[in-house]
Structure formats: structure tokens, C-alpha cells
Design a protein around this ligand. Structure first.
Ligand code: LHQ
Length: 265
């Protein structure tokens, strides 16, 4: 697994891989390098069976400030004919890789998560926030629409009415408020944030990884399907899950009245 990135820090603790976006001088705003490196690492880690949970977080006082507006303005000023939709393909690569990743991905958000960084967090499976978190669908502040998958994830997480409010008014949502409206799964005091993140990540890394991958596949498909299709997919995925070692171990542990030891296979 490659670890020599210019804009990312990579650390490994057992089955947990932490990816830290590391441009703290601009609140981890995305320049092209960071966007490409993040795409590379999320695609690569999907193949690494030793990694059973991925955490994405930010260095310094922020999760991320979205697109680096200076570097994007510089490209425009250079006269280079770049359509923004071509640039967005790089964000879409990251979002697709996170959704397709056959293991849990946690966004660990402290400080600000604005624009595309906010929506990157929404594309993850679970979100944990520190109580200093500030979620901002900042796009309308600069006359844009939510990108990086926000149009898909935001209304599904908080409902259409709240999604429209957040996207149109572009007001900040605090960590506790984000927990209240379902934008994040859990908000904890900043002093407990790192420990709480690792406790959650290690718990997931010791879980039935194959089943987690199938759960993701089921939910990914279900949010875009009707009941009949979902019931069919559920059966197909359960046929796979029931053949796993972790299923056998889970049942044996239950019958023997002991905690399960999941191998991830
Ligand atoms: C930044 C940034 C930033 C550069 C803070 N860029 N430097 C996709 C495709 C193409 C085009 C456009 O967009 C997109 C997707 C998007 O993500 S659109 C949304 C882009 N992001 C924003 O509009 C957010 C811009 N940033 C802010 O509104 C504020 O910085 C927030 C609310 C995030 C944080 O405010 P503060 O905590 O008060 O921090 P600050 O503003 O003082 O920022 C600290 C430094 O970071 C500062 O640099 P300086 O040299 O003055 O210390 C900022 O210029 C820099 N920075 N965001 N996106």
C-alpha cells in the first residue's frame, strides 16, 4: 500500500487505515494533487484485505474547506478551457470508490467541513463529529450547486426540506445540530474525538467485513430501487453472506454463549 503522498498522511493501526488530508494552511482545501492522491488511495485500499475499516479526516483545525478556490481561479485565469464538469470527474472518482469500497468508511470531522469536503463526508458510511464541527453546504455562497455527490446524499440523510434549506441558505450546522438532524451519526466533545473515532473504527475493523461490504451493496442499491428489486437483491446478497466464515463463527459464538471472533472472511 503506497504511503508516500504529498498531500495526505497515511497511518495504520491494526485493521484501521486512517487517511488524513494534509493542507492545513488552507483548511485542507482540495487542489488537484490532493484530489488525485485521495482518488488513488481510496481505490488502492479497497483491494487491501488487511484493511477492514477506513477513516478519512483532516489535519489541523479543519476537516476540509472544499475546492481550493485559489488554485481553481488560477486555472480559469490561465485561459485554459476547462469545463467544471470535467474537473468534477475527479471528485466523482473519490465518491464512487468510497461507495464501492467493500468495507466501512468513516468520516471523522473536526472543525469546518465546507463545500465538496462536506459532501465527501456525506458520501462515507458513518460520520463522527467533534463538538467544534461546522458543516457548510457553501456552494450557494458562491453561486454554485452542491457537487461531489451532495445532491444525492444530502436529501437522503436529512430529508428534502432540510436539504433544500442547507443548500440554499448555506448556513453553518454545528456538530450537535448535525447529530440532531441526522447529518452525522455521533457528535462527541473535541477532547474525546480521536479516541471515540478509533474506538468506533476498531470495532468495525473487528466486525464481519464481508457482511459489511454486502450491507453497503444492499443499501446502495436499495436507495435507488423499488421494493421488489430490493427484495430480490437482498436474497442474492444473503446467499453470499451465509457462506462466509464470519457467519459460521457468529452462529457458533451465539450457541456457545461467547463473543464472536470475526476474521473478516
Ligand atoms: C481557502 C479555502 C478554499 C482556498 C479557506 N480555497 N483557500 C468544485 C469545482 C469547481 C469549482 C468550485 O467548487 C467546487 C466545489 C466546492 O467545494 S465549492 C465550495 C468551495 N469552498 C468554499 O467556498 C469555502 C471557502 N472558505 C470559507 O468560506 C471559509 O474559509 C471557511 C468558512 C471554510 C472557514 O472560515 P474560517 O474558519 O474563518 O477560516 P479562514 O477563512 O480564515 O481560512 C483560513 C485560511 O484558509 C485562509 O487563508 P489565509 O492565507 O488568509 O490564512 C483562507 O483563505 C484559506 N481557505 N478555504 N476553499
Amino acid at each position: 500500500m503506497r504511503t508516500d503522498f504529498q498531500t495526505l498522511l497515511i497511518s495504520r493501526d491494526g485493521g484501521v487505515l486512517t487517511i488524513t488530508m494534509n493542507r492545513p494552511e488552507v483548511l485542507n482545501a482540495f487542489n488537484d494533487m490532493m484530489l488525485h492522491e485521495l482518488g488513488d488511495v481510496v481505490e488502492e485500499v479497497a483491494q487491501d484485505e488487511g484493511v477492514r475499516c477506513v477513516v478519512i479526516t483532516g489535519a489541523g483545525r479543519a476537516f476540509g474547506a472544499g475546492q481550493d478556490l485559489r488554485s481553481f481561479a488560477a486555472v480559469h485565469a490561465s485561459g485554459e478551457a476547462v469545463k467544471v464538469s470535467q474537473h468534477l470527474v475527479n471528485y466523482h472518482r473519490v465518491v464512487r470508490a468510497i461507495r464501492a469500497m467493500p468495507k466501512p468508511v468513516i468520516a471523522a470531522v473536526q472543525g469546518v467541513a465546507a463545500g465538496a469536503s462536506c459532501n465527501l463526508a456525506l458520501s462515507c458510511d458513518l460520520r463522527i463529529a467533534a463538538d467544534n464541527a461546522r458543516f457548510i453546504e457553501a456552494f450557494a455562497r458562491i453561486g454554485l450547486v452542491p457537487d461531489a455527490g451532495g445532491g444525492f446524499f444530502l436529501p437522503r440523510l436529512v430529508g428534502m426540506g432540510k436539504a433544500l434549506e442547507l443548500a440554499m441558505l448555506a448556513d453553518e450546522v454545528s456538530g450537535p445540530e448535525a447529530e440532531r438532524i441526522g447529518l452525522v451519526n455521533k457528535c462527541v466533545p473535541l477532547a474525546e474525538f480521536e479516541t471515540a473515532t478509533m474506538v468506533l473504527a476498531q470495532r468495525l475493523a473487528k466486525g464481519p467485513t464481508r457482511a459489511y461490504g454486502l450491507i453497503k451493496e444492499l443499501m446502495n442499491k436499495a436507495v435507488q430501487s423499488d421494493l421488489e428489486t430490493t427484495l430480490r437483491i437482498e436474497g442474492e446478497l444473503q446467499d453470499i453472506a451465509i457462506e462466509t466464515a464470519d457467519h459460521r463463527e457468529g452462529v457458533a459464538a451465539f450457541l456457545q454463549k461467547r463473543p464472536a471472533q470475526f476474521s473478516g472472511s
